[in-house]
Design a protein around this ligand. Structure first.
Ligand SMILES: [Zn+2]
Ligand SMILES: [Zn+2]
Length: 461
């Protein structure tokens, strides 16, 4: 029996028309930390102490310093010629170099650096929507982003005006947050989580800095009422740093408040994307019945700079990285992550930076997609399967040292950080893990401190 022409058309629609538009792609670029003072013969302003002894200064950079413009150019040249047509670009901040002396990096210089990278993105992606969040290094002194209107927010708005809808102008100038449609079904909510960073003295002991959480609640309520979904992006993430026994970023009250609102609206949020760690990891937000509600993806940095944070376990740097994300256009849920990297040592040796695929997450981890249930299954397997955790661990530092050994304590911190975004839960998880192995007194002290502070938390409603 033959197939009628209408049947052929229906089949064509099913296999081509209907499904082609269900998923799209976007680039996630973050933590470029361009150091304009980097050159191949001298220590740049961002270089860590002892850098000259650490290795030769390559033309694409060195692990102990922030990168030269050449590395940024090579990354954007790669994206330009990749061949994929992306729906948008996600840029999650930290554009300036790490410089301890805040007097050196003044606001004028911060502005010049943000402007240069804005121009690079616009040249590379003309006519492509860009969603952009500020990082804690996009200010001078660093971290001090204010919870109120500021001349510098106006200046950054002027740079990004083409990317921000008219109704986002007021909130951006008031605190660098806004929302914008990705398509008819999906909204991008851009938050300024630097306002919750405990290194930001401007926002200490406030109720709701810049009224951002109230705004977030209102925007998400509107999105839900319209039957739409959201993707959320920001620079500093909630929860704990997975490479440290007890390092968190948010003030405790803000951590609780942010998680409460994220949980409240999780049904309408497809995914959350953040950065700041410079490492490749993810977090899972759970519901009251311990079911995974929502993943938070943490994208690794373009800058290879080795952290100077005391107490970091394992390798301190990362190879330069870029992330190509496949997402569901209707829901904002993530289908796959294609992680690209450039081997910095090789790039310097060969005189050219090659950008290659590090992994496609579903193949690499053997999971169906990147939703909460798949990632929950992955993290459960990572607890038992040494090879699987080893894969995650190599990717965590973007192949910084693929042969690096890790021990049970290191594994415990990563797993506890992934599954426990509330500080008290993380402390309990570590206590539980340590009970099975050697007891770590510092974790117990931290647990006591967190439990004490938990009693004094004032929740934002
Ligand atoms: Zn950074
Ligand atoms: Zn940062």
């Amino acid at each position: 029996m033959g197939i009628r022409p209408t049947g052929v058309l229906l089949l064509l629609w099913l296999f081509v028309g209907c499904c082609e538009s269900e998923t799209g792609h976007f680039w996630h670029v973050t933590d470029m930390h361009w150091d304009p003072t980097y050159n191949e013969t001298n220590a740049a302003l961002s270089c860590n102490p002892g850098t000259p002894a650490h290795g030769p200064f390559g033309k694409f950079g060195i692990f102990s310093c922030d990168p030269p413009w050449l590395l940024l150019e090579s990354a954007f040249d790669f994206m330009k010629h990749h061949g994929i047509k992306v729906d948008f670009v996600m840029w999650t901040g930290d554009d300036t170099p790490h410089i301890w002396d805040d007097k050196v990096l003044n606001m004028e210089w911060v502005h010049e650096i943000i402007a240069a990278q804005t121009e690079l993105i616009k040249e590379t992606f003309p006519n492509v929507t860009v969603f952009s969040a500020m990082g804690n290094h996009d200010w001078s002194p660093k971290n001090e982003l204010p919870p109120r209107s500021d001349h510098f927010y106006n200046q950054v708005y002027n740079l990004w005006e083409a990317w921000i809808p008219d109704d986002g102008e007021e909130t951006f100038k008031h605190g660098a947050f806004y929302s914008a449609p990705i398509n008819d079904d999906l909204e991008m909510v851009v938050l300024n989580t630097n306002l919750y960073y405990d290194s930001n003295s401007q926002t200490k002991n406030m109720y709701d800095p810049a009224n951002q959480l109230q705004w977030f609640d209102d925007v998400m309520t509107g999105i839900e009422q319209d039957g739409r979904k959201a993707m959320v992006m920001a620079h500093v993430p909630p929860g704990m740093f997975e490479k440290h026994a007890n390092k968190s970023w948010f003030y405790p009250d803000y951590n609780e408040a942010f998680l409460r609102f994220a949980k409240k609206h999780a049904g309408a949020i497809g995914s959350i994307h953040m950065a700041h760690h410079h490492t490749d990891s993810f977090r899972l937000l759970y519901g009251d019945n311990d079911q995974p509600l929502l993943p938070i993806f943490l994208a690794p940095a373009l800058s290879p700079w080795e952290t100077t944070l005391p107490g970091v376990m394992g390798g301190k740097g990362n190879n330069p990285s870029l992330r190509l994300v496949e997402y569901e256009r209707e829901t904002g849920s993530i289908v796959n992550i294609n992680q690209y990297w450039s081997n910095l040592t090789l790039a310097n040796l060969q005189g050219t930076a090659k950008w290659v695929l590090e992994y496609a997450a579903t193949d690499y981890y053997g999971i169906e997609n990147m939703d909460g249930n798949s990632l929950e299954a992955l993290v459960q397997s990572m607890k038992l399967d040494r090879d699987l955790f080893d894969k995650y661990y190599s990717a965590n530092g973007v192949q910084f040292d693929p042969n690096e050994e890790w021990d049970a304590d290191t594994q415990n911190v990563h797993i506890c950080a992934i599954q426990n975004l509330h500080y008290a839960d993380f402390a309990l998880c570590m206590q539980e893990a340590n009970r099975a192995g050697s007891h770590d007194p510092s974790a117990l002290v931290f647990l006591s401190a967190v439990l004490l502070s938990a009693f004094s938390l004032s929740y934002i409603t």
